[in-house]
Design a protein around this ligand. Structure first.
Ligand SMILES: NC(=O)N[C@@H](CC(=O)O)C(=O)O
Ligand SMILES: [Zn+2]
Ligand SMILES: [Zn+2]
Length: 444
């Protein structure tokens, strides 16, 4: 752990639960970090001996981002992404913690698998890699995975998901929710009714899918599962999280559930906020993703729900795929797109610069609330003396044009190629150590 002095930054902090005495949002100050924690905030004239200095005049200092939904492909598909390459992409994107989904090979469905992932993430050291535990063995949807053993393991798994697959069987979902309740666990559901949207369903069911002759994925295949799951959350008194919400109908169900005091939380991806179903007209598989890109009315409902807090968090669903899996005819290509390195720029431009959200809202949706949902107590904390120095420095005025060729990911399925955004990550700080500076990653 190193000592670091950040000078002249504008602090954007909202009140994270349990933190007192933090500066008001928008205050400019210097921040001294010692032994991985914030030691002093104020006017600090000179850097003490041996302390690295990071000039941040005109820049914003925020708690580091937390991604509830990252696919690292290790173990099993290290040609598409490794823990090291995915952690580097996370650091470059301003993330200090990522939740690594369980759909690897083998699946993260045992305590050993979760601990292995945790240890490898620590050895890389570019972001805290928190393993997500599978809900069912092998993601097969039948037998429960080692939920209790994973929860009690060194990995302290609290966030469980069969993502890539939906837990179809309501009885299995109910039992998993009951089992996790004493641990304060939560299930992140990939909401897709397999009878309404099967494996071949590859774009939003509507006018465009009809014209292109592609098998459609109707909105109701998502909202029907969300409706079922909020009822199961109510019945069990346990917690459900809705992964990658993509439709206005799902938003309505979540809003209703929250109004009824049901323990449901939800995330939305930058691509579902910003990209519409019309992009699939060119049959470019880079725009093929689960759930599919939706029409404008859905995008608008998602933005509104993120702004008003019905949707708690932005999550990337960073889903790297090797060229030989992605570059096929649309129907045959793999589902998924990259997201870690572009998430902040997209959300900042689309939601903050447009005036729909404040920077403090962005901090809540990209750091404080995802950390709270995942139970990560060292992340998403306000910028206050004594707190862990997991931070990100943002240049809100810098314009960036995305180039798919430039990435720390091993994959290139980047749907944002050629698009321009205002807002960039300047530096990422994990326990006082700079992990990324202007897109360059700093190994330990
Ligand atoms: N989002 C995707 O299209 N793909 C994800 C799985 C998932 O999130 O459903 C993947 O693992 O590739
Ligand atoms: Zn999914
Ligand atoms: Zn996913």
């Amino acid at each position: 752990m190193s000592d670091l002095l950040i000078t002249g930054a504008t602090l954007h902090v909202t009140h994270a639960a349990g933190d007192a005495g933090e500066p008001r949002p928008g205050e400019t100050a210097d921040v001294l970090i010692r032994d991985g924690r914030i030691a002093e905030i104020g006017r600090i004239a000179d850097a003490p001996d041996g302390v690295t200095c990071l000039a941040a005049d005109g820049l914003a200092l925020l708690p580091g981002f937390v991604d509830l939904h990252t696919h690292l492909r290790e173990p099993g598909r290290e040609d598409a992404e490794t823990i090291a390459s995915g952690s580097a992409a996370a650091a470059a994107g301003g993330f200090t913690a990522i939740l690594a989904m369980a759909n690897t090979s083998p699946v993260t469905d045992t305590a050993e698998a979760a601990e292995l992932l945790l240890d490898r993430g620590r050895a890389v050291g570019l972001a805290d890699v928190q393993p997500v535990g599978a809900v069912t063995k092998g993601l097969a949807g039948e037998e429960l995975a080692e939920l209790g053993l994973m929860a009690r393991s060194r990995a302290r798994v609290r966030f469980f998901s069969d993502d890539g697959r939906c837990v179809q069987d309501a009885r299995v979902m109910r039992r998993a929710l009951e089992y996790l309740k004493p641990f304060g666990g939560v299930i992140s559901q990939h909401a897709r009714d397999a009878n309404l949207a099967g494996a071949s369903a590859c774009c939003h069911e509507g006018e465009i899918s009809g014209r292109l002759g592609l098998p459609g994925w109707p909105a109701v295949a998502e909202s029907a599962i969300v409706a079922r799951d909020v009822q199961l959350a109510r019945h069990t008194g346990s917690r459900v999280h809705v992964a990658h919400v993509s439709t206005a109908e799902s938003v309505e169900v979540i809003r209703w559930a929250k109004n009824h005091g049901i323990a449901v939380t939800a995330e939305v991806t930058p691509h579902h906020l910003a990209l519409g179903t019309e992009l699939v007209r060119g049959y470019d598989p880079v725009f093929k993703v689960n759930p599919p890109l939706r029409p404008r009315e859905d995008q608008e409902a998602l933005r509104e729900a993120l702004a008003d807090g019905t949707i708690d968090a932005v999550a990337t669903d960073h889903a790297p795929h090797a060229r030989h899996d992605k570059e096929h005819a649309f129907e045959a290509a793999a589902f998924g797109m990259l997201g870690l390195e572009t998430a902040f720029a997209v959300v900042h431009d689309l939601m903050v610069r447009s005036g729909q959200m404040t920077m403090s809202d962005l901090v809540r949706r990209m750091s404080i609330d995802p950390a709270r949902i995942a139970g990560l107590t060292e992340h998403g904390r306000s910028i206050a003396v004594g707190n862990p120095a997991n931070l990100v420095v943002i240049d809100p005025e810098r314009a960036v044009t995305v180039d798919a060729a430039v990435s720390h990911s091993l994959s290139r399925n980047n749907p944002w190629h050629g698009m321009s955004f205002t807002g960039a990550v300047h530096a990422t700080i994990l326990r006082g150590r700079i992990t990324a500076l202007d897109g360059k990653v700093h190994d330990q």
